[in-house]
Design a protein around this ligand. Sequence first.
Ligand code: ADP
Ligand code: MG
Length: 367
Amino acid sequence: MNCCVQVALRIRPLSDAEMEESATVVAHRVDQQMVVLMDPLEDPEDVLRANRSREKTYMFDVAFDFSNSQEEVYRATTKGLIEGLISGYNATVFAYGPTGCGKTYTMLGTDKEPGIYVRTLNDLFRAIEETSDDMLYSITMSYLEIYNEMIRDLLNPSSGFLDLREDSKGEIQVAGITEVSTINAQEIMELLVKGNRQRTQEPTAANQTSSRSHAVLQVSVRQQSRSRDVLQEVRYARLFMIDLAGSERAAQTQNRGQRLKEGAHINRSLLALGNCINALSDKTGPNMDSKLTRLLKDSLGGNSRTVMIAHISPASSAFEESRNTLAYAHRAKSIRTRVKKNLLNVTYHIAQYTSIISELRGEIQRL
Ligand code: ADP
Ligand code: MG
């Protein structure tokens, strides 16, 4: 099955700081799919001289602005992945964009206006309750950050840096990560808010609490029939929900020293992601040169449904960043991924049991 990366664009409301500096609104949602970005250069001559057009329109799968609720964003981007997840399809949701444009708001949200993380987990638990009693499900979640190419467990930061390992089925796992199974929405929100406070955040000129790390919420669904039929299928699927590090350029945040080094790592991850995305659209193998792309091997390698939610500010002062973000997100739209179901056929396990049994028989005979 072929499937495109679904790309959504969200324009957040003008912030108090932007209003104070009397920024004007230059990014508008025209309809459910179209966004227009107006050049803030007032003099048309200046626009011409800068070789820019006065306004540029961009089409996305879906576009949101200040008038859209968290629920609407969730429904149009992520809700549709749950059914697939239960049937064994992997999925990935990325929040992309410069610092301060609403990535964490979309993914984590607030107690009053929870974001995609909590809404997805709630609906996933509900969907599983409604499926037939013949199936046994286990759902676990883990929450980690990738910072300077190092992985930290946000639910247990004292465990130090963790490694990526490939398990016997070729799935990439984070060795030693805390896996939580909980079905209480309130508990999940508390865990995630607490975890989010552990994220590496450093002030930069662009934002007081810019996130220099990628935060990854990983939800795994394992499914097995209750029947004792040994030929049953075991399904395993993962949903990654990722709050990417700010995509702003180093120059804009006046980064120096350590900050610049982090910026380089973040950009390297984003570059790797970009390369992956490009490689996928070229139908060549994904590029594995960063922790993020390794972790997402299957998600980006074609075994997944992928949604990108790009974020911009509407303000004239953010014009350059908005233009970069719109161009990148627009390019991501042309990516196609191949989706395949994860089925661990039990005949594989039977083959293993058969060889164990014959070894045991041999031992008995030798006794
Ligand atoms: P990022 O994670 O991209 O750095 P945040 O999600 O922290 O940005 O958003 C920056 C600020 O803007 C926060 O105070 C957040 O609450 C607010 N904000 C972002 N998006 C929205 C939105 N759609 N509606 C209302 N407030 C928003
Ligand atoms: Mg953030």
